[in-house]
Design a protein around this ligand. Structure first.
Ligand SMILES: *Cc1c(COP(=O)(O)O)cnc(C)c1O
Length: 312
């Protein structure tokens, strides 16, 4: 499958690429009695992947409008957001600086090697310093604030990121195959869930937390949904599938992922989408998804992160 990818930094170009993202029916015994579809935002662009592309879009447009030539952001060693930001900077002509949590290791993760190859300058800071990343003055303290730079918080979690998540919701709303009644997605901060849930009409949206932080996800969702659509429903979280925490990859999850990938030929990432599909599989098995439901699963990308877990 080849798609138009994000060839220029332009809202209409982005919308067009996002509208071309395919929906695919999954035929698999892993989901008995339920019709399952997947939206392949991993295919939106080969390197500016999945939901991170949506969260970056308005951040990039604003940076360009403000005449910024540098994007500064932060994340961990396997961060999809760091990877996408470095790639977007290279593609659209921004310098990029990545503030990375922890000491510089002798051998960089594959993610950070890519980021450097894309031209990102990596700045390693202690966990203690990293904790202050959302305080005003953080960049000054690191002596990297400059007039022509634009700061994007970790994961793209700011107002511009929330607007991007809303756009994601609008695009799904206008392109959803007919008859689907549930949309499932993996949540880290919950910002993507907030945007999508505010925009989708007449379907329930179910977020599956991939880390043990449901309350903070609920908090984030309401924080970013200042004005949800009047007919947007309740926030539904499907708990119990964080598999002991962020980036934890127990054998049963690995086995499930292998089975899913062999049957469908759709690659997943261990941190987000493998847990999402596993959670859906289990919820169907224990009868929590009514037979005959038509479920859309969002493939939110992040496949670059597989390299931290799986032999390539
Ligand atoms: C970051 C990420 C998410 C979570 O997005 P939030 O908006 O933080 O909830 C889901 N899937 C993938 C692949 C991601 O990289």
């Amino acid at each position: 499958m080849t798609l138009g990818y994000l060839s220029s930094l332009d809202l209409n170009n982005f919308i067009q690429a996002a509208r071309e993202v395919p929906y695919q029916r999954i035929e698999s015994d892993l989901f008995p009695g339920v019709e399952v579809w997947i939206r392949r935002d991993d295919l939106l662009d080969p390197v500016i992947s999945g939901n991170k592309a949506y969260k970056l879009l308005f951040n990039l447009l604003e940076a360009r409008e403000q005449g910024a030539d540098t994007l500064i952001t932060c994340g961990g060693a396997w961060s999809n957001h760091i990877h996408a930001t470095a790639a977007a900077g290279a593609r659209f002509g921004f310098h990029t600086v990545g503030i990375i949590r922890g000491e510089r290791p002798p051998q960089l993760s594959a993610t950070l090697q890519d980021a450097e190859r894309f031209g990102m300058q990596l700045l390693f800071v202690s966990r203690q310093v990293y904790r202050k990343r959302s305080y005003p003055g953080f960049l000054l303290e690191l002596k990297i604030a400059a007039n022509c730079s634009s700061f994007i918080p970790e994961g793209g979690a700011n107002l511009a990121g929330a607007r991007g998540a809303q756009l994601f919701g609008q695009i799904i709303d206008s392109s959803l195959p007919a008859g689907l009644n549930q949309v499932w997605l993996a949540c880290g901060t919950g910002l993507t869930l907030a945007g999508i849930q505010a925009q989708l009409r007449g379907v329930s949206v179910i977020g599956l937390p991939v880390l043990k932080a449901e309350n903070s996800i609920r908090g984030h969702v309401s924080q970013w949904q200042e004005a949800p659509a009047p007919d947007a429903g309740e926030i539904e979280l499907c708990s119990g599938y964080h598999c002991e925490g962020y980036a934890k990859y127990p054998d049963y999850l690995r086995d499930f992922q292998q089975m899913f990938e062999q049957e469908t030929r759709i690659p997943l990432d261990p941190v987000y989408t493998a847990k999402l599909l596993y959670g859906l599989h289990r919820e169907i098995a224990i009868g929590r998804v009514p037979a005959g439901s038509k479920v859309l699963v969002l493939h939110s990308g992040g496949l670059q992160g597989r390299r931290g877990f799986l032999p390539n």
